[in-house]
Write a protein that binds this ligand. Structure first.
Ligand code: DC
Length: 222
């Protein structure tokens, strides 16, 4: 199967690049962050303590989560309800970051992700795709950008939605999230040895796409 793994911190542009590659190469786009967010939402709905591994494990084990592709777009369902929009909330992102460090959560979601990778040609983005989920992916990209640059992009994105956000606060949240994601014991965010590092800090979207195009044109698929 054709597999592309894209890892990197929040706000580096992973989903933009993954969507582009999925269209260009006709691959299924698997957004693994959305799966962790769905578990985070299940934990919020259950009103449990996100620090409590046993409680998080129980909610995760019981949660009815389903992934469906509607017109080629991934939708997440929790207890039969489409939560694709709800999981984008900041609060849910924080819950995903907190609960994704527990083994029960990772084992359940990694198994689903690996099944998708076995059945379909995929471009998958997340934190541990190149290191853990798809270690044999034909192309691995580690996409990053400075925290200031990612915060700036986020503030502009929120402004487009009519939301005013404080740059320093957004930057602090991003740095805290980076720290959590890269310092947990279970599959921390890190670059796979055979991944290609792409720093998007000083690049606009067209330039990033040009770099990525060049990378996949040079890829020899096994
Ligand atoms: O990419 P995102 O912001 O939607 O991810 C939300 C959280 O999920 C992120 O803080 C860390 C976690 N995550 C993970 O641990 N492993 C992945 N493969 C994807 C996301």
């Amino acid at each position: 199967m054709k597999q592309i793994a894209i890892d990197g911190p929040a706000g580096a542009g992973k989903s933009t690049i993954a969507k582009f590659l999925s269209k260009e190469l006709n691959l299924m786009y698997v957004d693994t962050g959305a799966m962790y967010r769905s578990i985070g939402l299940a934990c919020i709905n259950a009103g449990i303590d996100m620090e409590n591994e046993a409680q998080v494990g129980e909610v995760c084990g019981k949660a009815d989560i389903d992934i469906q592709y509607i017109d080629g777009v991934q939708h997440m369902f929790l207890e039969g309800k489409d939560v694709s929009t709800d999981i984008r909330r900041e609060e849910v992102g924080k819950a995903a970051s907190d609960t994704s460090r527990f083994t029960a959560v990772r084992e359940r979601l990694v198994a689903i992700q690996q099944q998708l990778g076995e059945r379909y040609d995929v471009v998958m983005d997340g934190r541990d795709i190149g290191t853990k989920v798809l270690p044999d992916a034909g192309l691995k990209i580690f996409l990053t950008a400075s925290s200031a640059c990612r915060a700036d992009r986020r503030v502009k994105q929120l402004a487009e939605q009519g939301i005013t956000a404080d740059f320093e606060e957004v930057k602090r949240d991003i740095e805290q999230r980076d720290y959590n994601d890269s310092h947990r014991a279970n599959s921390p965010l890190c670059q796979a040895e055979d991944a290609i590092l792409v720093d998007t800090s000083d690049l606009n979207i067209e330039q990033v796409i040009a770099v990525i195009k060049d990378l996949y044109n040079k890829t020899v698929w096994k």
